[in-house]
Design a protein around this ligand. Structure first.
Ligand SMILES: *Cc1c(COP(=O)(O)O)cnc(C)c1O
Length: 377
């Protein structure tokens, strides 16, 4: 018999989700609006203290609308984290704007303030900066915000992976002028698919909601003065979100335990380093990742193959955007003065470990034992 699959990060439902979804069915609110959508927005506002929130069909849709609200258009330059998932950058291209990829720094694996400064020397007038909180670890927000302020350029946070993470006591996603969260299937909480646009600026959130519902002017007849989108979250989906949000803190605690367990289990193997946490923050530890020292004879592929051998799911680190064929025409600003890339080095030496909150003690023991064996332990 094949050993049961151990997942990287799969949905975990609790039953409360079904209650809210049932309510939607019972009241016939099977529509892209309704009481669950409104309640989910209010509950997210309370949980993150973000000000105002608009529930959308995906995190990518939220990023797209944030760019619309920032006025990003043809030939505008947008500075964006290089070490991320492509969804962070695709909406820049939807708007015919030009991404400039900013390297990661080694302390948090996020947008490098040093590279950001250098980017401003080369391109003094970008329209916006997009900063990601990779794998749930908060970026160096204070440094990044100071640079953005100095150059009078707005910051947008892609907190798709970091819902529940805080930086200096406040939630990631609430520092920039706009923030976004994702509820995709593999995220820390999920609605199967969905996203949230958040801001302290109530008018901006109203505008995002307007654009997300086909930009209908307030008239009895169908009248449109702008191009709109069909980006709203459905009332059924929002029901799942409401149920999940009740368990977000519990998911975060469990993710943190998994991270701590890996770190302790590999502490005696000097070639292994766990992904960094930001000492100024409290990370949700969405995915636990490790890097292998340069001198080691063990390659990440070997560890991933060994884990696949026991039916445990792994994943490489996100491949940096400046290495993606589709983004080849765009500029990249490295962190290191010698022109080498920190993100590329992390990609070459790293992997994501199974971080599913349903991992049993036996699963964890199997994963840990399998990794240790790769290093001759
Ligand atoms: C998942 C993710 C997104 C996209 O969110 P969707 O809800 O899947 O559209 C954007 N950015 C990052 C960093 C992500 O991990």
């Amino acid at each position: 018999m094949e050993r049961k699959r151990i997942y990287l990060s799969s949905p975990t439902m609790h039953g409360d989700e079904q209650k809210y979804v049932q309510e939607a069915f019972d009241t016939n609110w099977i529509a892209p609006l309704g009481p669950n959508v409104n309640a989910f927005e209010r509950e997210m506002e309370t949980y993150t203290d973000c000000g105002h929130a608009a529930a959308l069909s995906s995190g990518t849709a939220a990023i797209h609308l944030a760019l619309k609200l920032l006025g990003v258009g043809r030939d505008d330059i947008v500075f964006v984290s290089d070490l991320t998932f492509s969804a962070t950058c695709n909406p820049i291209i939807y708007e015919d704007a030009t991404p400039v990829f900013i390297d990661a720094e080694p302390d948090t694996w996020n947008l490098s303030p040093e590279a950001l400064e250098r980017a401003f020397e080369k391109y003094p007038h970008p329209k916006a900066v997009i900063c990601v909180h990779l794998y749930g670890t908060p970026a160096k927000l204070e440094e990044i915000m100071a640079i953005c302020r100095k150059h009078d350029v707005p910051l947008m946070e892609d907190a798709a992976e970091s819902l529940g993470s805080t930086y200096k006591g406040r939630h990631t996603g609430t520092y920039g002028i706009y923030g976004i969260y994702s509820f995709n299937g593999n995220k820390i909480i999920t609605t199967s698919g969905g996203g949230m646009f958040v801001s302290k600026d109530e008018a901006a959130v109203k505008k995002a909601t307007f654009l997300a519902t086909q930009a209908r002017d307030p008239a009895r007849h169908y009248q449109h003065s702008q191009i709109g989108y069909n980006y709203r979250m459905s009332n059924v989906t929002a029901g799942i979100g409401r149920g999940q949000l009740l368990h977000l803190e519990e998911h975060k605690q469990r993710k943190k335990e998994i991270y701590a367990q890996y770190r302790e289990a590999f502490a005696d193997i000097p070639e292994i380093t766990m992904n960094p946490l930001n000492p100024d923050g409290d990370a949700n530890c969405w995915l636990s990742c490790m890097t292998i020292d340069k001198g080691s004879s063990v390659a990440p592929d070997r560890v991933m193959d060994a884990l696949e051998g026991v039916n445990a799911e792994t994943r490489p680190i996100w491949k940096p955007m400046h290495l993606q064929p589709v983004f080849a025409p765009y500029d990249f600003i490295p962190h290191n003065a010698d022109g080498s890339s920190v993100g590329e080095d992390i990609f070459d030496r790293g992997l994501c470990l199974p971080s599913d909150i349903k991992n049993t003690p036996e699963d964890m023991e199997l994963i840990i034992g399998t990794v240790r064996k790769c290093f001759g332990r």
